[in-house]
Design a protein around this ligand. Structure first.
Ligand code: SF4
Length: 432
């Protein structure tokens, strides 16, 4: 047992070290040569001078010393992470080119936006004219709005500081009704879980499916955690809801020692549970022992996703969950297959995705357990937590070996894990 523990400790140490190296690598990979970045927008640029301002901005000249205009790089927050957008303006202040210099956006949404020729709609405008009449791309609203916000911020800076215009820039936090409704839902879930008002749980889950799932499509995803831990944070002004849903839920979970999100708020958890409770046509009950062991393999999948996201400098890649497919119809083919298998299996197995694959639940459970351990509380066994009885030598499941259902469960889990790896590969291949 001691040897096993030592081996586990070594493995954990190596894993954490590799993650740290990946974060450092990501930091250096971000640094690019300024002129080559500016040439993405103005290929004729041969020389530049810093023009100052909050956002990096430059005056550009060609090889014959003709003044070409201005380049400005401003960032905004997309769905999966930050987007840095280079806007090039001619000497009259007209936007002649918009290009993405860096992004941690979920490839799926970004590709959707780029495929519609959205960037071309911005060309020819000047900051005085504004961008309010450009419609966001349906199914990728946050991404399109982030691009517009970045172009607006950068071009207004050039207009005001270089061209002598006086365009007001909206820099304050403007919470929308969606932000306020999300806040109300999260607060209600916290109160209900703290006071154990179980009567309201089905209603809260239902509201969450409608609002967090279908309206916002803002389920907590693993890529949110990757963004958070790699310091790739969106602006609070632009996405206050992100701070509520990611660090907010994480801190509350850590503080309370209870994973209230999974039990009271997660829309995909609610969908699985709803199917199980309403269509529980036949019983499929692999042993707790086997489910517990399989559940631990989620760490490896989580690690692979985190490393991939950090190496490719794109937190959005880490999202292999089928949440967006379920609520927005957006996802790669592997995610569609995963969702179909999970929803089908939900007829027979309670929260199949949660127990066997979900990286978000794993992280939140870990945070909750950490707090309980710190407080030296006895660890309670939650409905969807691991059994842990497998450590006991007298566990009946251990003695009797694997049943047919256990074997079938293992085959299913292996298939889904392979499809998850394919989903990650597809995410990488769809990077812009
Ligand atoms: S484990 Fe994942 S899918 Fe399940 S409830 Fe938690 S976050 Fe949602």
């Amino acid at each position: 047992m001691n040897k096993e523990k030592q081996r586990d400790k070594k493995l954990i140490g190596i894993t954490v070290l590799l993650l740290i190296f990946a974060v450092i690598y990501q930091h250096f990979a971000n640094e690019k040569d300024t002129l080559s970045v500016l040439r993405q927008g103005e290929p004729a640029a041969a020389r530049f001078e810093n023009a100052g301002g909050n956002y990096p901005s430059y005056k550009l000249w060609d090889a014959q010393e003709n003044f070409l205009g201005y380049g400005v790089i401003a960032g905004a927050s997309g769905y999966g992470g930050k987007l840095s957008v280079l806007s090039v303006l001619n000497p009259a202040g007209q936007i002649t080119k918009v290009s993405l210099t860096e992004n941690s956006e979920t490839p799926l949404y970004l590709n959707k936006v780029l495929a519609t020729g959205f960037l071309q709609k911005i060309l020819g405008r000047n900051p005085e004219q504004g961008f309010g009449d450009i419609n966001a791309v349906s199914g990728a609203t946050i991404t399109s709005e982030a691009i517009i916000a970045a172009v607006q911020k950068g071009s207004v800076q050039i207009a005001n500081e270089q061209l002598g215009m006086k365009i007001p820039n909206d820099d304050g936090v403007n919470p929308t009704w969606k932000d306020m409704a999300a806040l109300a839902l999260v607060l209600t879930a916290i109160i209900c879980s703290a006071r154990k008002i179980k009567k309201l749980r089905p209603w809260l889950l239902f509201l969450s499916v409608i609002f967090i799932g279908f309206i916002l499509n803002n389920s907590l995803t693993f890529s949110n955690f990757v963004s958070l831990f790699s310091g790739n944070l969106p602006s609070f002004v632009e996405r206050p809801i992100w701070y509520l849903m990611v660090p907010g839920i994480l801190i509350i979970t850590l503080f309370r020692g209870e994973n209230f999100y999974c039990s009271w708020l997660c829309p995909f958890g609610a969908v699985q549970e709803g199917i199980y409770r309403s269509l529980n046509l036949f019983k499929f009950s692999p042993s707790q022992n086997i489910q517990s062991k399989v559940g631990k393999y989620r760490w490896w999948m989580l690690w692979v996703a985190a490393m991939t996201a950090l190496i490719f400098n794109n937190a959005g890649i880490a999202s292999y969950e089928p949440f967006s497919v379920c609520f927005d119809g957006s996802g790669n083919i592997a995610q569609w297959i995963i969702m179909s298998i999970i929803l089908l299996m939900s007829i027979a197995l309670f929260r199949f995705w949660c127990h066997s694959f979900c990286p978000v639940g794993l992280m939140l459970d870990f945070m909750a357990r950490l707090q309980r351990k710190l407080k030296r509380k006895k660890i309670e066994i939650r409905e969807n937590a691991n059994c842990n009885h497998c450590d006991n030598a007298s566990c009946p499941q251990k003695i009797s070996g694997m049943s047919r259902q256990d074997k079938l469960y293992l085959v299913l889990v292996s298939i889904v894990n392979i499809i998850i790896l394919i989903a990650l590969l597809l995410n990488i291949s769809s990077m812009s």
